[in-house]
Design a protein around this ligand. Structure first.
Ligand code: ADP
Ligand code: MG
Length: 349
């Protein structure tokens, strides 16, 4: 698997910034996130809990609770239009239609009191007003078959609680794709499921996206999931992307010490790990309130230098779309200049 730079761009996120105003201060949950998603591509967003993955997704979907949250900067170009600037009415045409979402717990997005048939038919007819009920029901049954629900004609008349967790997630995927979405955002879609079912659901998303050309943003804390699924990976830490690369490239050349740590902490089948404890990155991610200008990973990094404590690292392009934000890759002059600037500021204060 590799990047698909020649495919059409469907979504381009540029310097996205989303902050929350809290009693303790301003939470910079997302602080300068950029990525490009191509047709038929699966992009993974990986990072520990609290790194800003869900806020990135909710910002693009325009679902940030305001107050306390606000998208304070950036663009999200979908088919060339900045969806962050659309009215709520215009956004409703896109959300759940051209850009669909699935979440960790499908129960929260399904209505427990309505049959699956009613919910699927309504979803389709909400976005395509000229489709008849019969036609929408037919299409819904086809979608359930496509996602592997046995006896779909009968099962469509069930209520959400009559499905297992894995089957409910299949229903959600069917609903998300029944509107021919161009982008599917899956936020930890399998975290609540057991391992075998997880693998089945991920394979299903993979197959459907290649069959229908749907671009997928897959949000996960599990780098192991990314390896089998994604063309491209963004590694997030404290609201920023610290490394971005084609999946194969990321595994072959992990360049940020945080990425290296994440990769080392994924259990592997092909190496003997008996008796060896799995590596884990020591320490906790920082609080994203009032972070000083520095590499937010430096307190946990065994390669940290003075400059890492004084200034945010510039983004370095390592070639073939592989980018890393780490001082290890900056040239000496840039490091010296950043240190000097930090010292001047310190004196002035
Ligand atoms: P994750 O990577 O686990 O999905 P999130 O995107 O959910 O992380 O959260 C990123 C940061 O934003 C966290 O520090 C979280 O506490 C903060 N955050 C998210 N939602 C809110 C909110 N409604 N109010 C204040 N802070 C929030
Ligand atoms: Mg999340």
């Amino acid at each position: 698997m590799s990047l698909k730079p020649n495919a059409k761009v469907v979504l381009e996120v540029k310097d996205l910034r989303t902050h929350f105003r809290t009693d303790a201060g301003i939470v910079k949950a997302v602080d300068g996130v950029s990525f490009t998603l191509h047709e038929g591509e699966t992009l993974g967003i990986v990072g520990e809990s609290g790194s800003g993955k869900s806020v990135t997704n909710l910002s693009i979907m325009r679902l940030i609770p305001s107050p306390p949250g606000k998208v304070v900067g950036g663009e999200a170009l979908f088919e060339g239009v900045d969806i962050l600037q659309l009215s709520e009415k215009q956004m409703r045409e896109i959300r759940g239609n051209k850009i669909s979402m699935i979440f960790q717990d499908p129960m929260t997005s399904l209505n427990p009191f309505l049959k699956i048939s009613t919910q699927m038919v309504e979803t389709i007819r909400l976005h395509e007003k000229d489709v008849s009920k019969e036609e929408a029901l037919k299409r819904s049954i086809e979608m359930l078959k496509l996602v592997g629900i046995p006896s779909a004609e009968k099962r469509i008349q069930s209520y959400p609680h009559q499905f297992s967790g894995g089957m409910r997630q299949r229903v959600m995927i069917a609903m998300a794709l029944s509107c021919n979405a161009q982008v599917l955002v899956a936020d930890e879609p399998t975290t609540a499921l057991d391992v075998t079912i997880q693998a089945q659901i991920l394979e299903l998303i993979n197959n459907l996206s290649s069959k229908m050309g749907t671009a997928v943003i897959l949000i996960t804390h599990d780098l192991g999931v990314v390896a089998g699924m994604c063309d491209q990976v963004c590694v997030m830490y404290a609201g920023r992307i610290v490394e971005k690369a084609g999946t194969d490239d990321l595994y072959a050349r992990p360049s940020h010490p945080y990425t290296e740590g994440l990769i080392k902490s994924v259990p592997r089948m092909d190496t003997k790990q008996k008796g060896n404890r799995l590596f884990s990155i020591e320490g906790q991610p920082p609080n994203v309130i009032d972070l000083p200008p520095c590499c937010p990973f430096h307190p946990r990094c065994n390669k940290a230098m003075d400059v890492c404590r004084s200034a945010y690292p510039p983004v370095k392009d390592l070639g073939s779309g592989h980018e890393v934000a780490c001082w290890l890759y900056a040239d000496e002059a840039a490091k010296k200049a950043a240190l000097a600037e930090a010292q001047t500021k310190e004196k002035a204060e």
